[in-house]
Ligand binder design. Sequence first.
Ligand code: BES
Ligand code: ZN
Length: 439
Amino acid sequence: MTLFNKYLILTSSQVLDTKDLQVFKVTVNGQDAKFVFGEKHSFKGTPLEITLPFELRRGQEAVVEISFESSPNSSALQWFSPEQTSGKKHPFLFSQCQATHCRAIFPCQDTPAVKLTYYAEISVPKELVALMSANRDGEMPDPDDSSRKIYQFSQNVPIPCYLIALVVGALESRKIGPRTLVWAEKELVDKSAYEFAEAEAMLKTAEDLAGPYVWGQYDLLVLPPSFPYGGMENPCLTFVTPTLLAGDRSLSNVIAHEISHSWTGNLVTNKTWEHFWLNEGHTVYLERRIGGRLFGEQFRHFQALGGWRELQNTINTLGDKNPVTNLTPNLEEVDPDVAYSSVPYEKGFALLFYLEQLLGGPDVFIGFLKAYVQQFAYKSIVTEDWKKFLYSYFKDKVDVLNKVDWNSWFHAPGMPPVKPTYDMTLANACVDLSQRWIK
Ligand code: BES
Ligand code: ZN
C-alpha cells in the first residue's frame, strides 16, 4: 500500500503514533532521517520519533516518506482465509480504526484533533476489489506484477485519521440510488440492495435537516459477521454488519445513524475521545429526526424512549457511581475501547432531546443543529465550544439555558438530572398488546 499525506511539523523532530509496526526507512524531502522508537505503552502503542536531517525554514514543506510494515496481529485489521468467507474462494481483509487503531496500520498523528486529506494506491490480486473511505479515482494493471491490479483513491475532504478505512475481497456491487452502491460478497449483495433501499430517502432528509452532503458518493459495504460494530461511518463508504439483513428493513435506523455521521462526527469532530458524546449524541439525535420524518413523530418518541431504557440498563450494569457513565469522562490512561458504552449515545441524546423541549420544540432546535454544523464543519471541537455556541445561538433564551443543571449533565455519573417528556402512544400500544397476550 502506498499512502500519501501531509503532517504539520513544528519542531526539528516529529513524533508519530505506531502500534505493532516495523519501520525500515524514513526520508524527509528525499534525505535519510534518523528515527527511534520510544517505550511501548500497554494500549497506546509505541511512539516513533523522527529527527529532521536539516533545519526547517519558516514556511518550508517537509515530505516525510516512511517505509513500514503492519503486523499480522494489527488491532486495526481482520484478515480472513478463503474458508472464512461466504464465497470460500478468495481471502478477505477489512480495517476498523476508530478509536485509536489507525496507528496499527501506519505511523500517524492518531488523534481526532488533526484532520488530513489522503490519496492512496492499493495493489491487490486481479480477482479482488479494494475499496477505501474515499472516492474511487480509477484502477489499472500493476506494472510490477501482471497478476495484480492497482486501485487509486482520494479523500479530498479533511478527515480525522480514525476515518481511514480499507477493505479487500471478492466484492460485487448493486446501484441502489443516484449516489449509492451497496457492496458485498456475491451471496449477500441482492439481499443487501433490498435491505438498504431507503438510503437515498434518508440522505435527502438528512440534507434537509443538517445541510449539504459534501462527500460525493455514499456507498454501503456489508462485512463478514465478525465485523465488531453495527455500523461504522467511514466517509463515502459506511461499513455495516451482515446482521442488519433482517429481510424487512427493520434495522434501517443503523443506516440513518451512519448517514447522520456525515455531518456530526465526520464534519464536526470530537477533539478528544472524552468529548465522544458530541459525535454520537448529535448523531443519534439526527438519526431519530430522520426516523421521525420517514415514520412519524410518534415513532421518533418511541425510539427516544427505547434510548432512555437502554441508558437505564447500561447504568445499572456499569453502576451509577462509575466515572465512565459521565457524559464527559476523564480518559487519562483509559483505553477508549474499554470506556465504550451507550452512555455518550443515550445520555447525549437525552440532553439534546431535553434541550429541544426546553427551547421551543423540534423546528426551533433543528435551526441550532444546522447552524452548529455550519459553524464547526471541518474542525475538531470540545464540549465547551458546543456550549458557547448554544448560548450564542439562543442569546434570547439565556435565562432558560441558565436553568439547566450543566454540572450534573456533564460531570456527574449515573442517570441524567432530568427526564425529557416522551409521547407514550406507541409504547402504550405495545403494553396493551402484551396484556392481551397474557390474558
Ligand atoms: N462510530 C460508531 C462505531 C464505533 C464507535 C466504533 C467507537 C469504534 C469506536 C458507529 O457510528 C456507531 O455508533 N455504531 C453503532 C450503531 C448504532 C448506534 C445505530 C453500533 O455499531 O452499535
Ligand atoms: Zn455512531
